[in-house]
Design a protein around this ligand. Structure first.
Ligand code: HEM
Length: 153
């Protein structure tokens, strides 16, 4: 489980990298009235792939590191404790919602008929997903729930 946790910590940085890259592409595409390119497609595909990998790693941690058991066996105690509630409910739900938005966003970009519509959809869906992700990461400065910036194997 330690290896999975280190990977989950590291993949966060790849998600942020590709997420910001996709958003910058969307903004530059909109402002520069640029056609939707292979580069735009690559950035949003990589963002989605790493979100999916993170979902898988997160689910493994959730079910194997006791979080799900705590929630089902002692929901009252979990809900009263900010740190337990964060990992069992808030982090998990917000991240799953963000990942669903990334998927909906990517398929709606594919269906858009004009290039400017594609950039706009990329910006809206991925922008909201990134805000959720940034809000639900247990940054080291967050009291009670903070985790390290980096972990090594
Ligand atoms: C974009 C998606 C996600 C990001 C960026 C993210 C990020 C993180 C980070 C940085 C940590 C702290 C790791 C550490 O201890 O250093 C963490 C912990 C955790 N995450 Fe996520 N996460 C995401 C999605 C998910 C999902 C979808 C789930 C569950 C289905 C999940 C479940 C967990 C759990 C259970 C922990 C606590 C692990 C433990 O200490 O046992 N995460 N996450």
């Amino acid at each position: 489980m330690q290896t999975i946790l280190v990977l989950h910590n590291l993949v966060r940085w790849l998600i942020l990298l590709f997420g910001f890259w996709a958003i910058i592409n969307a903004i530059s595409g909109l402002t520069g009235k640029r056609p939707y390119s292979a580069n735009d497609n690559r950035s949003n595909l990589l963002f989605m792939i790493f979100c999916d990998i993170q979902l898988l790693l997160g689910l493994i941690l959730y079910f194997n590191n006791g979080w799900f058991n705590q929630l089902t066996s002692n929901a009252k105690v979990v809900m009263k404790d900010a740190a337990l509630r964060f990992y069992t409910v808030e982090h998990t739900l917000m991240m799953i919602l963000a990942i669903i938005l990334v998927h909906i966003g990517r398929s709606s970009v594919k269906r858009a008929s004009t290039d400017s519509q594609k950039h706009k959809r990329m910006l809206v869906y991925f922008g909201i997903a990134m805000l959720l992700i940034l809000a639900a990461i247990p940054w080291p400065f967050r009291a009670g729930i903070g985790r390290p910036w980096f972990m090594s194997f």
